[in-house]
Design a protein around this ligand. Structure first.
Ligand code: SF4
Ligand code: SF4
Length: 221
């Protein structure tokens, strides 16, 4: 179970910027349980976007947006509507946004922040990684998480220590920011690198009070 919380609508609209044609995509898995995904949240967000004057080219709900095969199969039926869109707005966790970004050559905006991976059920079938930072920036980084794929978790570009595209901390691994650069170049969004991100608020990585509660199974009653 990956826990997500909706971003404020003003933040979602700011990230969409001048993009007026949007394809809406929601996850029916964990996000639906958190009320950030599923049909109900999709309809609510659709109404907000229409008030803001956005044109919706299409919409879809997928059972598990963390599953690439499922996502690719489902979205192959929607490609005309996705191609008509400037971007996709995804109602899902950080893993779901990464998966959609790997399946479709479009910017994918997260409508929610992932705040916890939630334990045993926080499983997904592939190599996407999320550190549950509580402030998802995947639309600026082409769907590659800078917190999980840069050894230093840098938000504003590379550290300068990479050699031949490999990370200076672990030369066996690709530099996360090299991957981000290549991905942004592929989807025509290199201008994203000009955006400055303020220092991260690490308190957003703290699990909420609800998630910190535990329970006992006391047989001595
Ligand atoms: S930026 Fe990375 S760590 Fe933060 S919510 Fe998005 S995928 Fe997770
Ligand atoms: S080399 Fe790249 S991945 Fe490694 S710490 Fe520097 S910016 Fe991050």
């Amino acid at each position: 179970m990956l826990f997500t919380q909706n971003k404020p609508i003003a933040e979602v609209l700011e990230s969409l910027g001048a993009e007026s044609n949007v394809f809406l995509l929601a996850c029916n898995g964990c996000a639906q349980v958190c009320e950030t995904g599923g049909e109900k949240a999709l309809s609510a967000l659709e109404a907000e976007l229409q008030i803001a004057g956005k044109n919706l080219t299409g919409r879809a709900c997928v059972d598990f947006l963390c599953n690439k095969v499922l996502v690719a199969t489902r979205l192959s039926r929607e490609m005309d509507k996705i191609e008509a869109a400037d971007s996709i707005l995804a109602l899902t966790c950080g893993i779901g946004v990464q998966v959609v970004s790997k399946v479709v050559n479009k910017v994918v905006h997260p409508s929610a922040n992932t705040v916890s991976l939630g334990g045993l059920q926080g499983l997904w079938p592939s190599d996407e990684r999320c550190q549950a930072c509580g402030d998802c920036v995947l639309d600026y980084t082409g769907g590659i998480c800078p917190i999980a794929f840069c050894a230093k978790g840098l938000l504003n570009g590379p550290c300068g220590g990479a050699q031949d595209g490999k990370c200076e901390v672990d030369p066996e691994k690709d530099c996360g920011w090299q991957l981000i650069y290549e991905r942004l170049a592929k989807i025509g969004r290199l201008e994203n690198l000009k955006k400055f991100h303020k220092a991260r608020d690490h308190s957003r990585m703290l699990p909420s009070k609800d998630l910190r509660e535990t329970s006992f199974y006391d047989i001595e009653k």
